[in-house]
Design a protein. Structure first.
Length: 319
C-alpha cells in the first residue's frame, strides 16, 4: 500500500471519529466511530506486520520504539490538558474528566504525586477515548510475538472468532468490533499478493461496496431500535466489508501530496486531543462549535506533533 495514501486515510479516519464523538448518538454519524477505528487498526496492523516480516527486530528494541510512539504523545497531551484546565477553569489542583459528548468537564482533586504520574500515562483515564491506546500497545506486542514465533495464522483467526463470541453480549462494542481490523491487517500483510489479485476482479469490489452501503444504511436507520448485540453484528459487517476497498484504493492510487505525511503524523494527536479541545472550547464560549473545535484541534495537533518529533529524537539519542 502507498504510504502517502494510507497517511491521508488515517487523517480522514480521525476526523470521522471526531464527528462520531461530537454528534454522539446521532444516527447519521453513529457508525463513523467503528469504521474509523477499524480502518486505523487495519492500517497499523498491516504496517507493523509488513515491517516485521521484512526486518525482524529484538523485543526490547521494538517495545521501546512503540512505548515512545504511543505514550509520549499521551503524556504531553495529558500534562498540558491538566495545566490548562487548572489555570483557566479551577482554583484547586485537580485533574479534568472530559465528557464523551464533547461538552462538560468534571474535576477530581489530585491527592498524591503517584496519582499525578498515573494520570499522565493514562491510568486512570481522563477521557473515554484513550482505551484505543491500550489495545494499540497490546496489538503491537501480539503482532511482534506472532511474527517472531511463527504462530499459525489459523490459531490467530480462531482466537479472534472466540473473542467476538465471548464479547458478543458482555463487552463494549468497540473492543470486539474495531479490533477485528487488527486480524484483517495481519492477514493482508501475509497474503497481500494473492488478495490483491482477487481484488482486481470488479464483481468482488462491487460486492464489498454494496455490502458496506446496505449494512451502513441499515445501521443508520435501525440504530435506535435494534438490540445492542445485533447492532454489533451490523457494525462488524460494514466495517470489515469496507477494508478491501481501503486496501485496493491504497494499492492502486498514490496520493501525490507533500502534506499527506504531515496529516498522517498529526492524526494521532487529533485522536488524543479532539474530545479535550471540544470540551474546553465549549467551556470558554458556552456552546459547541464543530468548525472551531476542529480548527483548534488541528492547530494544537500540529504544534504538539513537532514538539513530539523533537522530544522523540532526544529520547532515542539518550537510549
Amino acid at each position: 500500500m502507498n504510504k502517502n495514501t494510507t497517511n491521508l486515510i488515517r487523517f480522514i479516519c480521525c476526523i470521522m471519529i471526531f464527528m462520531h464523538h461530537f454528534f454522539l448518538g446521532h444516527p447519521i454519524v453513529h457508525g463513523l466511530g467503528h469504521l474509523g477505528c477499524t480502518i486505523f487498526f487495519f492500517l497499523s496492523s498491516y504496517g507493523i506486520s509488513k515491517s516485521l516480516i521484512k526486518t525482524p527486530v529484538r523485543f526490547f528494541v521494538f517495545f521501546k520504539k512503540k512505548i515512545i510512539k504511543i505514550w509520549l504523545p499521551l503524556i504531553i497531551v495529558n500534562l498540558l490538558s491538566i495545566i490548562a484546565t487548572n489555570i483557566f477553569f479551577t482554583n484547586q489542583f485537580s485533574f479534568p474528566i472530559y465528557d464523551i459528548f464533547c461538552e462538560k468537564i468534571s474535576y477530581v482533586p489530585i491527592t498524591s504525586f503517584t496519582k499525578l504520574i498515573g494520570l499522565l500515562i493514562g491510568y486512570p483515564k481522563i477521557d473515554s477515548v484513550t482505551w484505543f491506546l491500550d489495545v494499540l500497545l497490546l496489538s503491537y506486542l501480539g503482532l511482534w510475538y506472532i511474527n517472531n514465533k511463527k504462530i499459525p495464522l489459523k490459531f490467530i483467526v480462531y482466537c479472534f472468532i472466540l473473542w467476538f463470541i465471548i464479547g458478543f453480549s458482555i463487552i463494549k462494542s468497540y473492543y470486539i468490533i474495531d479490533i477485528q481490523g487488527i486480524l484483517i491487517g495481519l492477514l493482508y500483510a501475509k497474503y497481500e499478493q494473492s488478495i490483491n489479485i482477487k481484488l482486481q476482479k470488479k464483481p468482488i469490489i462491487i460486492m464489498f461496496f454494496f455490502l458496506f452501503i446496505i449494512f451502513f444504511i441499515f445501521d443508520i436507520t435501525t440504530s435506535n431500535t435494534l438490540e445492542g448485540r445485533y447492532n454489533k453484528i451490523i457494525s462488524l459487517i460494514y466495517s470489515l466489508s469496507f477494508l478491501p476497498l481501503v486496501a485496493i484504493f491504497s494499492t492502486k492510487y498514490n496520493v501525490k501530496l507533500h502534506i499527506a505525511s504531515f496529516l498522517g503524523g498529526i492524526s494521532y494527536f487529533i485522536y488524543l486531543l479532539h474530545v479535550k479541545v471540544s470540551c474546553i472550547t465549549n467551556n470558554i464560549y458556552g456552546s459547541n462549535n464543530l468548525g472551531m473545535s476542529i480548527l483548534f484541534t488541528i492547530i494544537f495537533s500540529s504544534i504538539l506533533y513537532y514538539l513530539n518529533q523533537f522530544l522523540s529524537r532526544r529520547i532515542n539519542e539518550k537510549l
